[in-house]
Design a protein around this ligand. Structure first.
Ligand SMILES: [Zn+2]
Length: 131
């Protein structure tokens, strides 16, 4: 097979040359090179798309009740009374919560924190306001 003579033969799915339709194209320095007509071009890199997608996922923005962006370590205030299972008084509106941690929690509970008198809790970002 003639193609085996070209470098980059191990890389799959290299597109054929858009100019002369040669299938003997190979990848070099992030370009695809056609040995038949000498055409060089930047392929539609799937890797770039993946990187962008990953970045977007990493930038998941969690906002409080009024739209402030929350970050790990923030102090927030609970904006409404919350029922807590097994605790008759629940969490009162205005309770300060320090050092929150943003999580991908169950049922939309995206804040992990400790609340005095309650211990470890998970809250929804929609019930707190950045302090
Ligand atoms: Zn070509």
């Amino acid at each position: 097979m003639q193609a085996d003579a070209y470098p980059g033969g191990v890389i799959e799915n290299i597109p054929p040359c858009p100019q002369c339709s040669s299938e003997y194209t190979y990848e070099m320095n992030n370009l695809v090179v056609c040995p038949e007509c000498g055409h060089e071009w930047v392929p539609a890199a799937e890797g770039a798309t993946d990187a962008a997608g990953t970045a977007a996922a990493g930038e998941r923005v969690i906002k409080d009740a009024v739209g402030n962006v929350l970050n790990d370590g923030d102090t927030v205030t609970v904006v409404k009374a919350l029922k807590v299972k097994g605790n008759p008084s629940g969490i009162k509106a205005g309770t300060k919560v320090r050092n929150i941690r943003l999580v991908d929690g169950v049922d939309g509970h995206d804040i992990d924190c400790r609340i005095d008198g309650f211990g470890a809790m998970q809250l929804k970002s929609s019930v707190v306001k950045k302090a």
